[in-house]
Design a protein around this ligand. Structure first.
Ligand code: ADP
Length: 357
């Protein structure tokens, strides 16, 4: 049993509330990302779980055991930092064995555990090398081996891939997921990279100024952002400000917008989010080939601008009432629509997401 639970945790430095009332459950064997902009409190939360920082209030339990006042070395965690923090004068094997020696595991038993950890990170036989004889990606694998060699119950990762270049980072992402799946370690991963969080995680927790504003599976947090911050931080979004007319209908900029998601009562103002890639763009005259079931939202608009980026084209268009929308179109026919061109924009009511707050 190695679920991690954080309950009503708060931390301030002086007058600055870094974390306010954080409660969350990290299920056993799950991979959760803590995602948020710089300064949102991700690292502080990770360090509280690790035991490097003591919260002002609240508790941390690991596998049902209250560890709030248990020192780092007694929490049975493995941790990897952004910088590899390997000892340069020590061999790879000695670096990896470091945590074992502290636990009194030596000799043949230690050698076996080190080789097992190096195999896990796909560096078998690298034990005699020095860190400087390894590439950046290999050094980070050694840091990972060092974190898992003691067979911890929880793996804590603080932006471990951010020092690597893009290709290496993608390679390591795949490795990290494989190691996590094989080891079954409950893993908590700090990142400010949205794509990385969506790609790697079972769950993503979005932090804003010391609070978790949303936690859910990647598709859930992307498709159904809870509030404006979550919608904006995780990808691109069009925001439409309107007033609820009736169930399923919002009046915004003189347009009637349909939403299939529960809205506030009629008369209330509401912010709607529509992702740019959910909007289809077609010739103003075309019927779009939707058959008998046209999308709930269809607006006449005019192209204002287009940006060609190879795989996709980003359009900005303006509908009646001055409603401006950003649209991501797949580059299927390589025809770039020009400013002034009349178009029809359409999207499904499922993709009009009302936001809280
Ligand atoms: P993140 O990991 O999301 O970038 P951090 O948890 O590192 O955020 O920091 C959150 C806030 O707490 C920042 O404003 C930072 O300056 C502040 N902070 C973190 N650690 C300390 C500390 N030891 N003393 C004072 N302020 C700190």
């Amino acid at each position: 049993m190695t679920a991690v639970d954080v309950s009503a945790v708060a931390k301030s430095y002086g007058k600055v509330d870094v974390l306010s009332d954080i409660s969350t459950h990290f299920p056993q064997g799950s991979f959760t990302s803590l995602l948020g902009p710089s300064g949102s409190g991700k690292t502080t939360l990770l360090r509280i779980i690790a035991g490097f920082v003591i919260p002002d209030r609240g508790t941390v339990t690991i596998g049902g055991r209250d560890v709030t006042s248990v020192p780092v070395w007694d929490r049975n965690i493995g941790m990897v930092f952004q910088s590899y923090a390997l000892f340069p004068h020590m061999s790879v094997a000695d670096n990896v064995a470091f945590g074992l020696a502290r636990r009194g595991i030596k000799g043949e038993a230690a050698r076996r555990e080190v080789e097992r950890a190096l195999e896990m990170v796909r560096l078998p036989g690298f034990g005699t090398r020095k860190p400087k004889q390894l590439s950046g990606g290999q050094q980070q694998r050694v840091a990972l081996a060092r974190a898992i060699v003691t067979r911890p119950s929880v793996l804590l990762l603080d932006e471990p891939l951010s020092a690597l270049d893009r290709r290496l980072r993608q390679e390591m992402q795949v490795e990290l997921v494989r190691i996590q799946r094989e080891s079954g370690l409950t893993t908590i991963f700090v990142t400010h990279d949205q794509e990385e969080a969506l790609t790697l995680s079972d769950k993503v927790a979005i932090l804003d100024r010391g609070r978790i504003v949303q936690i859910g599976e990647p598709t859930e947090v992307y498709e159904r952002p809870a509030n404006r911050f979550a919608a904006e931080f995780l990808g691109d979004t069009n925001f439409l400000q309107g007033t609820v007319e009736a169930e399923g209908t919002v009046s915004a900029h003189g347009q009637r917008i349909a939403s299939a998601i529960a809205l506030p009562p009629a008369g209330h103002s509401v912010t709607l989010a529509v992702r740019p890639e959910k909007i289809e763009i077609r010739d103003a005259s075309g019927d779009g080939g939707h058959g008998t079931q046209p999308p709930a939202n269809q607006l006449s608009a005019v192209i204002l601008a287009s940006i060609y980026s190879g795989t996709a084209i980003t359009y900005e268009a303006e509908a009646a009432g001055g409603l401006r929308l950003k649209i991501f179109a797949q580059n299927r026919d390589a025809r770039l629509r020009s400013p002034g061109e009349p178009v029809t924009l359409s999207w499904s009511a499922d993709h009009t997401v009302p936001l809280a707050g």
